[in-house]
Design a protein around this ligand. Structure first.
Ligand code: GTP
Ligand code: SPV
Ligand code: MN
Length: 594
């Protein structure tokens, strides 16, 4: 049993805020996390006693635990996520907005007494390397032991964060979280960017509850980045080293459940022997212009909260090795010998217990693991981790990729003509929706820079901020649009994806170094099949050609749809992007009349 101790800080801003929140939530105990291994052991034991965690097979998954969420609480709920700026215009057309006073009143009524009979855990946490100027501090108050144990993997918690805060600073994110009664009718994820505050109630899952992730490191940080002239983005980060020892760092923004973790852990095919791809981050990048005028990126997280289904030794062997020990698995299926299973793994050889806790017969139609089931893995478990992963200065970025799940229209890869065109490709990127957010799956929605749900202010102003970054850089990264998910008319993926994406990465690197060829099309430079290294690929010439194709009719429709998208965002869409759209459409039409 954990014994509550005196608060391990004299910071009066922190002490009085914790006191005030405790007065509202009325927990039986307030426990300050120190982040020690001893504490983690005790918390884990308590979570097991309470039935929050189930220990997994000690031989097959040492140090790992299994958890099931409330079946009504399995993904981020964007419709219940709010940006609470003084005016609706500041939040813009793409965010749900609530007046800050109204939001506080509404949520205070739910938080009132919500922690009765429970413990309030105080989690001081650090995002980013402790010795990095990039680092941000937060304190999350939560009544969920599951949240504490996940935050412990995803950030640096406890004494290390308090030390950095010091005795007098009030520069920390004020995060209040309660699962309360986990009622979707009383579920709100609210952000107060001006006050560096987050209040989240009614959900215990992922980005709704681990406040350091989407809430702080993207929504609040993007607001701050706009004020301070940097970028907080939903991007994976990887290091690519060629056989000759040339190293490039690449950032990639793909919407939720669209391939960031997989790309960041890519294992090159045998034809690419000597290439080394290493992970820096799989979800979030903070990027600042360095003194040499290049764009430097850090991953502020310390772990990976990744999609389980589809992960296997063929698609992502590094992830499978990362998951061998000391992980938390949420909403996957359980084998009779207490190991985990999900769709995409071999087997199963036996019947299972599904993510709801119900018996599941082999071959049943319903998935055994929830499509948005996840693993939480410590960064150091990753066998492909880059030695630059926690470099306090960050890594200089050669290329930025934007992408999405598009079964039509968007070719395998397109290089932008210039920065403005690249920002345009990001701002108009569309994607078919996935299980990572609640709602219909497979519908196309615009997801600019994969940040639709994470821009902490007006989207048009965010595009203008992206455009303005160009003037701050001496050596800006090149911008590319990629799509691993294009399908044939009979619904098959045209491109084999996963490790095979190395072939596209190499073309991108060679374009950055001025070595590879491309074809100019009305929408950008695309690789011809001869520009890609396709030695040994298991795909037909026709399928590859179809994956690369720019179809004028599809693109005419696409560019017309962009007009509706800009219309939706409203008057803040930069003129340079509106004109870019008209220029692209005009070029396309001019070509069609030839
Ligand atoms: P979030 O954690 O939600 O931000 O997702 P993510 O962008 O990191 O996505 P992730 O890499 O976990 O991939 C999500 C799903 O897409 C998994 O089921 C993968 O197996 C699948 N996937 C990833 N890369 C590819 C690819 O190149 N081709 C195909 N066809 N599927 C892929
Ligand atoms: C995403 O949905 O983009 C995720 C998972 O990375 S969550 O942490 O739930 O936001
Ligand atoms: Mn994500």
């Amino acid at each position: 049993m954990l014994v509550a101790k005196a608060p391990p800080t004299t910071n009066r801003h922190l002490l009085s805020w914790v006191e005030e929140m405790a007065r509202m939530c009325k927990p039986d105990h307030v426990y300050w996390c120190d982040g020690s291994d001893e504490e983690a052991k005790l918390l884990t034991e308590e979570a097991v006693t309470d039935g929050v965690l189930i220990p997994l097979n000690g031989e097959k998954r040492p140090g790992s635990y299994y958890s099931r969420s409330n079946p009504n609480d399995v993904a981020r709920t964007e419709e219940l996520t709010f940006v609470c700026t003084p005016t609706k215009a500041e939040a813009g057309a793409t965010n749900n907005w609530m007046d800050p006073e109204e939001a506080r009143r509404k949520l205070a009524a739910i938080f009132d007494g919500a922690m009765k009979g429970r413990t309030m855990y105080v989690i001081p946490y650090l995002m980013g390397s402790p010795d990095s100027p990039f680092a941000m501090l937060g304190v999350e108050l939560t009544d969920s032991i599951y949240v504490v144990l996940n935050m412990r993997i995803m950030s640096k918690i406890g004494t290390i964060a308090l030390d950095r805060l010091g005795a007098s600073s009030d520069d920390f994110n004020h995060g209040l979280h309660s699962v309360a009664d986990c009622d979707p009718e009383r579920r709100y994820i609210t952000h107060f960017p001006q006050d560096n505050t987050i209040w989240s109630v009614g959900s215990g899952y992922g980005g709704n509850a681990l406040l350091g992730k989407k809430c702080l490191a993207l929504r609040i940080a993007s607001y701050r980045a706009k004020q301070e002239g940097w970028l907080a983005e939903h991007m994976m980060l990887l290091e690519a080293e060629s056989p000759e020892g040339e190293t490039h760092f690449i950032a990639g923004a793909f919407p939720s459940a669209s391939g960031k973790t997989n790309l960041a852990m890519l294992v090159p095919p045998p034809e690419f022997a000597g290439w080394k791809l290493r992970t820096i981050g799989d979800d979030i990048a903070w990027m600042r212009v360095g003194e040499d005028g290049r764009l430097y990126a850090v991953n502020p997280e310390f772990g990976f909260f990744g999609v389980a289904p589809g992960t296997n030794y063929l698609t992502n062997p590094n992830a499978m090795r990362m998951l061998e020990h000391d992980c938390i698995f949420t909403n996957v299926a359980l084998t009779p010998d207490k190991d985990v299973w999900w769709e995409g793994m071999d087997g199963p050889d036996t019947d299972l217990i599904d993510w709801r806790g119900k018996p599941w017969k082999r071959g049943a139609k319903e998935p055994a693991a929830h499509p948005n089931s996840r693993f939480t893995a410590p960064m150091e478990n990753n066998p492909s981790l880059s030695r630059f992963a926690k470099d306090p200065r960050g890594v200089p970025i050669s290329a930025i990729l934007f992408g999405g799940r598009r079964s039509t229209t968007v070719p395998l890869a397109v290089e932008s003509f210039n920065w403005t065109h690249g920002v345009y490709l990001g701002a108009t990127a569309g994607a078919e929706t996935t299980a990572a957010i609640t709602g219909a799956v497979g519908r196309i929605r615009r997801d600019p820079m994969a940040m639709l749900a994470f821009i902490g202010y007006d989207a048009g102003t965010y595009f203008a901020h992206w455009l303005s970054m160009f003037g701050r850089m001496k050596q800006p990264p090149k911008i590319f649009l990629v799509n691993w998910f294009r399908k044939s008319d009979d619904g098959k993926y045209l491109w084999p994806g996963y490790g095979q994406n190395m072939r596209v990465m190499k073309w991108i690197i060679d374009r950055c170094a001025g070595r590879a060829g491309a074809m100019e099309t009305p929408i950008g430079y695309t690789p011809r099949p001869t520009d890609l290294d396709l030695r040994g690929i298991d795909a037909s010439v026709d399928a590859i050609a179809a994956a690369l194709r720019v179809d004028p009719d599809e693109w005419t429709k696409e560019l017309e749809a962009h007009a509706d998208w800009f219309e939706k965002i409203g008057g803040t869409v930069p003129e340079a992007l509106r004109l870019q759209r008209r220029l692209l459409l005009a070029s396309l039409k001019a070509e069609l009349t030839n």
